[in-house]
Design a protein around this ligand. Structure first.
Ligand code: IPM
Ligand code: MG
Length: 362
């Protein structure tokens, strides 16, 4: 089993180190190889996704990814910015299905800004289409307007588009995921305004005919944003496009107390996957040893389950994380009165100890 380890920038290196530590105690036959990505790769090789890094990723069964980006690169030409590395990996590997679970751990109910009764027991799964939509649609660019409200003025434009096969395959992913959960899918669109999302809605409805055992509901994205904070437990599987999924998954993360807890998986048709925390590189706290490594550690668990076919090892990591939370250890983002504040490394060490205990228990 080959794992490409791409820590990236900011807190990426700190949190990925903890996940690697956790993977290493499992005593499984992994081959892990690291490479630079994002700003770090730009500094060293002049490109955020060097050929060598892309090749390593392509040859791996799974990619463990940290985070990329720093404000200091904001003035670079777009193709050289760190974010292009993650977009390039998604595109080159065809990682079209992005799983972003939002689970509220009972011990962290108090860390959310929402009332406990709204979020206690929350367990939803956002499935975001990841290689289409306005993120990748051509044409895009800047030009002088020849029509519109201000002909002759400078303007910028992007293209929102989805093809039938792109919608069909993500709809299948969502319905199949729902079959393993509570058999309900909410498809989020903006069919009342956008042609692209009327088509989305139509195609999802057609695919649904193959899944009569799964309930399908359609919701406009603005309503979904509202319902996510009003009554999030009414959702189970949410499927949506790239752009709406980007926004709604950040919103959903805050239901759980901290974005520092949320793992994610991005899969292609061959089940090759990229696993990364849902949060970013947080340059403001980088190097301080205070970042929460749990989202990355939980991403490693998703990697074991989805791409490496090691569900028991995945369970072991997930229950170790539960044990550590139950023991009261908290990084600063999830800390509350009466719990013990720890740093990135101590948190990783505690997960390792919890895993070792379950291994000795058999
Ligand atoms: C995410 C991030 C990325 C996105 C950025 C870093 C390109 O926000 O994974 O949600 O917009 O998809
Ligand atoms: Mg995002």
């Amino acid at each position: 089993m080959k794992i490409a380890v791409l820590p990236g920038d900011g807190i990426g290196t700190e949190i990925v180190a903890e996940a690697v530590k956790v993977l290493s105690v499992l005593d499984l036959p992994f081959e892990m190889e690291s490479a630079l990505v994002g700003g770090a790769a730009f500094e060293a090789h002049g490109h955020p996704l060097p050929e060598s890094t892309l090749n390593l990723a392509k040859a791996a069964d799974a990619i463990l990814f940290g985070a990329v980006g720093d404000w200091k690169y904001d003035t670079l030409d777009r193709p050289l910015r760190p974010e292009q590395a993650i977009l390039g990996l998604r595109k080159n590997l065809g990682l079209f299905a992005n799983f972003r679970p939002a689970i509220c751990y009972e011990q962290l109910v108090g860390a959310s800004s929402l009332k406990p009764e709204i979020i206690s027991g929350l367990d939803i799964l956002i499935i975001r289409e990841l290689t289409g939509d306005i993120y990748f649609g051509q044409p895009r660019g800047r030009r002088v307007a020849t029509d519109g409200h201000f002909p002759g003025a400078e303007e910028a434009f992007d293209t929102m588009r989805y093809s039938r096969p792109e919608i069909e395959r993500i709809a299948h992913v969502a319905f199949q995921a729902a079959r393993k959960r509570s058999k309900k899918v909410t498809s989020v669109d903006k069919a009342n305004v956008l042609e692209t999302f009327q088509f989305w809605k139509d195609v999802v409805t057609e695919v649904h005919a193959e899944y009569p055992d799964v309930e399908l509901e359609h919701m406009y994205v603005d309503t979904a944003a509202m319902q996510l904070v009003r009554a999030p437990k009414k959702f189970d599987v949410v499927v949506t496009g790239n752009m709406f999924g980007d926004i709604l998954s950040d919103e959903a993360s805050m239901l759980t107390g901290s974005i520092g807890m949320l793992p994610s998986a991005s899969l292609n048709a061959k089940n090759q996957g990229l696993y990364e925390p849902s949060h970013g590189s947080a340059p403001d706290i980088a190097g301080q040893g205070i970042a929460n490594p749990l989202a990355t550690i939980l991403s490693a668990a998703m990697m074991l389950r989805f791409s490496l076919n090691q569900p028991q090892a995945a369970d072991r990591i997930e229950s170790a994380v539960q044990d550590v939370l139950a023991s009261g250890l908290r990084t600063v983002d999830i800390w509350s009165e009466g719990t013990t504040k720890v740093g990135t490394r101590e948190m990783g060490d505690a997960v390792v100890v919890a895993i070792t205990k379950t291994i000795t228990k058999g």
